[in-house]
Design a protein around this ligand. Structure first.
Ligand SMILES: [Zn+2]
Length: 664
């Protein structure tokens, strides 16, 4: 169609829809939102032209719109493009540059607000004529070299018209059904401008959020190169909700689930439906409860008191199916991702800060953890984590938010993400003689973030081993009747059921009457036999309550005695499998807290010897004498050397002369 014809059609369309336009006007909006379908119903040709040449057609439409009596310039924002215009990022090719398309993806970076020049007004010094020169995005500034009056040479620039721009990065959502076979997410740069940068939208712009954009690609030449990039100019942005909250449930589903919640074997049956792996019942049940989650608790000032996300660590020899279970369980969550800590080197699992060429600034890139916000992240071989990342993990797991302050980047990444991690024992395989807990080579602080740790060890029992093999061989049978593994629920049902529980029981009530039971159980769990010292850990208490909440939620009830007892059973199983509770039932506090009691005793003795000698001899004592006194108490010279070296480094002692010790 000719420009005039398009203009006329827009005039007619706006006249027909004047009421709608006036509504936007009265609200003081800077845009008019139009459903593409309405244009299609109004005029097929206009709708088609809009798809083929969106930039031109929208410009004409806006010119017509703004001839109306409007208080401010209004943009045309068009949404709901036909489904065949929908593209994933990886699908974008040269033929997609130009036409109106809707692009679906996840925001992975957000630039600062900058200002683009729309036009410049020039004045002719000779005749006083004023010329308004429109500027093109991404091109050099244009200025007139002559005036109508005959004057040649530069005119005087008067005023620049600027508008706001925010650049964002968009990547494929690998969880999207259309992308199931994609392994790598592709990235495109997209531009929000003018009214699309207002506070209402800016507030919603967060890395990790899924968006559906209407707009068009334009080519941009890479400087001093024959290469071109395609950049997406956004006309309309829509935030797409994902996760447990939007799982669709029918009334029939809800009826069925109410009945299901009464089933006594619900937890076991669902846990066993996670994966066709024999055994490891408690670990599977814990994984199911991780998906169900507990409520987050906030104090009166709205500060997080206790997170509701549950974190689980599965440790076992290679080939023991721990990754298999973790992956299967994780995949039930509507938001989930998988990453091996061993292959994530360089880029952090939580966040990394890099200079971004497209945005021209330092940017915080979210890792898989914030990308799985409100979902589950399965991290394989988490013991291979880059030591620099531990701090970020600690924040992500405990506070559900990671602050970033590196290279001028100040950002916060939301991480309401459950960790379902696996690790190998220190020497790749568990050695039977040593407690399993001593064979986990990870920092204590980090281990403490996990609500429960399960060592998965293949049974030595022949019958049990046969059962494992049966299940594995059964995977290869074609005939359904021969199937060895017959799960009661499929993953989709479990996902929907959990979504229902999370909605129906956002916060199961913990009644005060259960408090004595919880305290008694914790004392029993954590008091070593024959030891009167109280060893109760408040961290363990929090973890135990999380599982009790999840268990109650799964049964659509408030917390009951059974939920508490079950939660303690899980913990006991974990403690005894790890060797924190020994075969005789003795709880070993020093082991759990990684305290070397013998070392503490020896150091106390050395301290006493030194103190006594300083009291006796004054400022300076003889090192050989100290060592002699130590050996009288059966303290090895080596232990003294270690202790002394550390204290010297701390600045508590120094050597005034060779072989002499003084206090600072
Ligand atoms: Zn002039």
């Amino acid at each position: 169609m000719e420009e005039l014809e398009i203009s006329q059609k827009f005039k007619d369309y706006f006249e027909l829809n004047m009421e709608q336009i006036l509504r936007y006007k009265h609200k003081g909006r800077k845009w008019v939102k139009i459903n593409y379908e309405d244009i299609l119903l109004f005029d097929c040709d206009l709708a088609e032209d809009l798809l083929n040449e969106p930039e031109e057609v929208i410009n004409i439409g806006e010119a017509v719109l703004n001839e109306l009596d409007l208080p401010n310039y209004m943009k045309l924002r068009i949404f709901n493009l036909p489904p065949n215009q929908e593209k994933q990022i990886w699908q974008v090719r040269g033929t997609d540059v130009g036409p109106f398309i809707s692009l679906i993806g996840i925001i992975n970076k957000i630039g600062d607000v900058y200002h683009e020049c729309a036009s410049i007004k020039f004045e002719c010094p000779s005749c006083g004529n004023i010329l308004n020169v429109l500027q093109e995005e991404g091109k050099e500034l244009k200025s007139p070299t002559k005036c109508g009056c005959g004057r040649k040479g530069k005119l005087r620039a008067l005023k620049k018209e600027l508008y706001d721009v925010i650049k964002i990065g968009i990547i494929d959502d690998l969880m999207d059904e259309s992308n199931q076979n994609r392994m790598v997410a592709k990235e495109k740069l997209a531009i929000l401008s003018k009214d699309l940068t207002d506070e209402l939208i800016d507030k919603e712009l967060k890395v990790g959020r899924k968006v559906k954009l209407s707009g068009y690609f334009k080519y941009m030449q890479v400087k001093n190169s024959t290469e071109f990039k395609s950049i997406f100019y956004i006309n309309y942005i829509e935030f797409v909700e994902v996760g447990w909250d939007i799982v669709e449930l029918t009334t029939e589903d809800e009826k069925e689930f109410e009945k299901l919640s009464q089933d006594e074997n619900l937890l076991q049956d669902m846990a066993n439906s996670i994966a066709d792996v024999e055994g490891f019942e408690q670990a599977k049940m814990a994984c199911l409860l991780l998906l169900v989650g507990a409520p987050h608790l906030y104090d009166l000032n709205n500060h997080l008191q206790s997170r509701g996300t549950i974190h689980i660590l599965l440790i076992g020899n290679p080939g023991v199916a721990k990754t298999y279970i973790a992956k299967r369980a994780g995949s039930i969550s509507p938001i989930n991702s998988f990453q091996s800590a061993a292959t994530a080197s360089g880029k952090g699992l939580v966040a990394s800060v890099n200079q971004d060429k497209d945005l021209g600034m330092w940017v915080a890139y979210p890792g898989v953890v914030p990308m799985s916000h409100k979902g589950v992240v399965v991290i394989d071989e988490i013991d291979k984590t880059n030591p620099e990342d531990y701090g970020d993990h600690n924040n992500a797991m405990n506070d559900m938010i990671v602050p970033i302050a590196k290279s001028n980047v100040k950002a916060k990444l939301a991480t309401e993400t459950s960790y379902l991690a696996t690790a190998n024992p220190e020497n790749r395989v568990f050695v039977n003689e040593i407690s399993f807990y001593d064979q986990i080579n990870m920092p204590k602080d980090f281990l403490d973030r996990f609500d429960i740790i399960f060592p998965l060890v293949t049974s030595q029992d022949k019958n049990k081993r046969d059962k494992i093999m049966d299940k594995m061989i059964g995977r290869h049978f074609d005939n359904e009747e021969d199937a060895v593994w017959k799960p009661k629920y499929n993953h989709n049902t479990i996902m929907k059921y959990i979504a229902y529980c999370r909605r129906k029981k956002p916060k199961p009530i913990l009644s005060k009457s259960l408090s004595p039971l919880i305290k008694a159980q914790l004392h029993e769990l954590m008091t070593p036999k024959g030891d009167n010292q109280e060893r109760v850990s408040f961290r363990q208490l929090e973890s135990l309550l999380r599982f009790a909440y999840a268990s109650a939620r799964l049964n659509l009830r408030d917390i009951q005695k059974e939920d508490i007892l079950f939660s303690f059973e899980l913990k006991k199983k974990s403690f005894s499998d790890l060797g924190i509770i020994d075969e005789a039932g003795n709880f070993n506090w020093a082991k759990l807290e990684n305290v070397d009691i013998k070392k503490i005793k020896v150091e106390d003795q050395i301290k006493n010897i030194l103190n006594m000698m300083f009291e006796e001899k004054g400022k300076e004592i003889d090192m050989q004498e100290v060592i002699m006194n130590c050996s009288k108490e059966n303290i090895e010279e080596e232990d003294f050397d270690k202790y002394f070296a550390r204290e010297k480094q701390k600045g508590n002692f120094f050597e005034p002369r060779r072989g002499k010790i003084s206090k600072l």
